[in-house]
Write a protein that binds this ligand. Structure first.
Ligand code: G1P
Ligand code: ZN
Length: 542
């Protein structure tokens, strides 16, 4: 019932920041998905008879690859597959299911916030037994294998019925179709004060959650409306669609514009939020105020003990290097550790496993904790709701008080998407070449203090990751960071991260782009962005 199929390698299967992401037509090439999945299995040891979790964000091509992955898992000797009904599991839910059922690992099908559809993006990611993305030594091994693969194994059987919960047999392996929401909802209920949130909502506190026609719809409906009693209709766009309704399922101020406009209106609800294609990102907007992800991380950490799951306090906070330093100030006040990692959730795994960090975050709308090993959009929303329910203050009041206590880190990211790869690489190389000569250089009133190419030394396994972004640090704590995206699927995306620290509460009301104007100009001068990319403006400003 299983067969071995001869194949030839593809040369472009190097996993990026978060697994292998390509356009759907690339994945539809003969044996393309099969080669990558077999390369994953060939890079692992000791999974015979063990459990594999499989799920995805429901995007176009999800069901097809799930069928392939199940049949290949059977042929390669797994004992059991847990798969979400309809092939659905949000990324944090997949992480939880892997942990809860002590699975060997999991295959998560998603291209996160990238658009979906027949000519849009698809992705495959492998997560290890702790529920988190495979570390670099595993993804390097997978990539090496994709370059030499000659055969793959697959069960020659009919498709599995993904729509009926319960057990089925596939070539001697058990496939269990599980409810994709219930385990996750139970976990959330164990971390947060649901009765307090329910009471707060019942007292007239109004929320709106935009699921962006992506995977969090069913989770948000069940948790926010059914279990917490938010008014029916609080969850928008809750039916996951294969093409996300033609939108970018990216919860930022560009792609969740309608939500932003609503939250800035006179009759705005008290709290607005959104999540991305696979449910791991979050956007938080209070009535009249957008909370940057970097600030959200700091504010959640500062107030986390108000939630039962964190009442005993935090072990430490971890943030990716480009994320603002707002969380550092909270860690300092709490007297706990702060860790600065490269971009990508996989770098938090060791810190969480070792108990060094409890809460982690990235400026790219990712926040999460030790409850799973992925970032978690709804988790961030529920922690905010828990804090709001206990403090009974508005988001804007909580933010203002936070800035008065800790100072404000004005922060913005400017993305230049789909620029010519050679031009983008040239820009980075030129900056790298100048690093030694930058300290002391003046740009208007700004003086460069230090400049480097960020290297991370993992304190747990001692591994070293180089070239993780160019940092230009100015006197007084402002900085500009340059890096190239590792998740794009066409051309290169240049990300420029800009940050200014403002301790003076009288200056906390400035428009962010205005507050950062001199740094933005300095970034342009230093990197020659306009000349090199031919772009006068960023594609996306967040
Ligand atoms: C982007 C974000 C990064 C995040 C990743 C996966 O990666 O910047 O923080 O972990 O998506 O969601 P990038 O495209 O910058 O490599
Ligand atoms: Zn995502």
């Amino acid at each position: 019932m299983t067969k071995t199929v001869t194949t030839t390698p593809y040369t472009d299967q190097k996993p990026g920041t978060s697994g292998l992401r390509k356009k759907v037509p690339v994945f539809q090439q003969q044996n393309y998905a099969e080669n990558f999945i077999q390369s994953i299995f060939d890079s692992l040891e000791g999974f015979a008879g063990k459990t594999l979790v499989i799920g995805g964000d429901g995007r176009f091509y999800n069901r097809e690859v799930i069928q392939i992955a199940i049949k290949m898992a059977a042929a390669n000797g797994f004992g059991r597959v847990l798969v979400g009904r309809g092939g659905i599991l949000s990324t944090p839910a997949a992480s939880h299911v892997i942990r809860k059922y002590e699975a060997f690992g999991g295959i998560v099908l998603s291209a996160s916030h990238n658009p979906g559809g027949p000519t849009e993006d698809f992705g495959i990611k492998y997560n290890i037994g702790n529920g988190g993305p495979a570390p670099e030594k595993v993804t390097d091994a997978i990539y090496a294998r994709t370059k030499t693969i000659e055969t793959y194994k697959i069960a020659d059987v009919a498709d599995v019925n993904l729509d009926a919960e319960g057990e089925q047999d596939v070539a001697g392996m058990t496939v269990q179709v599980i409810n994709p929401v219930s385990d996750y909802a139970e976990l959330m209920e164990s971390l947060f004060d649901f009765p307090a949130i329910r009471a707060h909502l019942a007292s007239g506190f109004r929320i709106v959650f935009d699921a962006m026609s992506a995977v969090t719809g069913p989770y948000a409906k069940e948790i926010l409306e059914n279990r917490l009693g938010a008014a029916k209709g609080s969850v928008l766009n809750f039916v996951p669609l294969p093409d996300f309704g033609g939108h970018h399922p990216d919860p930022n101020l560009v792609h969740a514009r309608a939500l932003y406009e609503e939250m800035m209106g006179d009759d705005a609800p008290d709290f607005g939020a959104a999540s991305d294609g696979d449910g791991d990102r979050n956007l938080i907007i209070g009535k009249g105020i957008f909370v940057t992800p970097s600030d959200s991380l700091a504010m959640l950490a500062a107030n986390a003990t108000l939630a039962p799951g964190y009442a005993k306090g935090l072990a430490g906070i971890a943030r990716s290097m480009p994320t603002s330093g707002a969380a550092d100030r909270v860690a300092e006040k709490l007297g706990i550790g702060i860790y600065e990692t490269p971009t990508g959730w996989k770098f938090f795994g060791n810190l969480l496993d070792a108990g060094l960090a409890t809460i982690c975050g990235e400026e790219s709308a990712g926040t999460g904790s030790s409850h799973v090993r992925e970032k978690d959009g709804l988790w961030a929303v529920l922690l905010w709701l828990n804090i709001l329910a206990v403090r009974k203050e508005s988001v804007v009041d909580i933010a203002r008080e936070h800035w008065t206590t800790y100072g404000r880190n004005y922060y913005s990211r400017h993305d230049y998407e789909e620029v010519d790869s050679a031009a983008a690489n040239g820009l980075m190389e030129t900056l790298r070449g100048q690093l030694a000569t930058l300290p002391g250089r003046k740009l208007g009133d700004l003086v460069i203090e230090t400049a480097d190419d960020f290297s991370y030394h993992d304190p747990v396994d001692q591994s070293v990751s180089n070239h993780q972004g160019i940092r230009i640090l100015f006197e007084g704590g402002s900085r500009v960071v340059f890096r190239l995206s590792g998740t794009g699927t066409s051309g290169a995306t240049l990300r420029v991260y800009i940050e200014r620290f403002e301790p003076d509460a009288a200056k906390h009301d400035i428009d962010t782009q205005v507050a950062l104007a001199d740094l933005i100009e300095a970034a342009n001068t230093l990197a020659g962005i306009k000349e090199r990319t031919g772009r006068a403006e960023p594609t996306v400003i967040t």
